[in-house]
Design a protein around this ligand. Sequence first.
Ligand SMILES: C[S@@+](CC[C@H](N)C(=O)[O-])C[C@H]1O[C@@H](n2cnc3c(N)ncnc32)[C@H](O)[C@@H]1O
Length: 210
Amino acid sequence: MDTYDGFWDRIARKYAAQPVDDVPSWEKTLDHIRRYLTVESHVLEIGGGTGSSALKLAGDAKDILSSDLSYEMVAIAEEKRAAANEERVRFLQGVAGDPQLRRDGGYDAVIALNLLHLLPDPPQSYRAVREMLKPGAVFLSKSACLKEMNIFVRMAIPLMKLVGKAPKYVQFFTGAELEQQLRDSGFEIVESCRYPTGGTTHFIVARRPN
Ligand SMILES: C[S@@+](CC[C@H](N)C(=O)[O-])C[C@H]1O[C@@H](n2cnc3c(N)ncnc32)[C@H](O)[C@@H]1O
C-alpha cells in the first residue's frame, strides 16, 4: 500500500504498552472464535497488531499466520512469540488481501479484529479474503461500526486525522451496512452479535459458500 502514512508504525510501541480496554469482551470474542476452530484448522489473521489474540488462540488451531500492515507491530508480536516460545504462530508483514498471505489449499478461518473500519478499500479486501478461504470456511470479524457512534465521536475523527492522531483510512459503516458489504463480496452471514451487548462493535461470522 504505497499511500500508507506510517501511522501504525509510529504508534506501535505505545499501542503495545496499553492494556486491553475491555478484557471480558475480548475473552468473549476469543471464545466465540474458538467455536469455529479445530486443532486441525489453518488460520490466517489480518491486521493482527502485536499478536495478542493469535498467541491466545495458538492452542486452538493447527497453525496461525498472523499478518499486519505495520512492520513495527509485527516486530513486537515476534518478540512476544519468542518470549512465549510459541511455535504454532507465525507473524508476517502484509496488508489485508496481500497475495503473499495465500495458502495452498486455502484457510479454514480468517480472523480480523478491530480492522475492517481501517481498510482503504474494504470490498476489495473482503473479496481477497474470500479467495483465500476454503469453500465453506469462515471469516470471523469484530469491527467498530463508527456510523452507529454518537455525533461527537464521528466529528472528532477528521480532526484527529488533521493532527496525526488517527490513521489515514477510517471507514464509517453501520453493522447492517457491513453485513451487506460482506454479502456483496460473496459471503453468507452466519451470525452477527455485539460485544459488549448493545454496543457499536459487531462480531460477524461470514462464510464462503460451498
Ligand atoms: C486497531 S489495531 C487492532 C490490532 C489487533 N487486531 C487488535 O485487535 O488488538 C489495527 C491494526 O490493523 C493494522 N492495519 C491497518 N490497516 C491495515 C491494512 N490495510 N492491512 C493490514 N493491517 C492493517 C494496523 O497496523 C494495526 O495493527
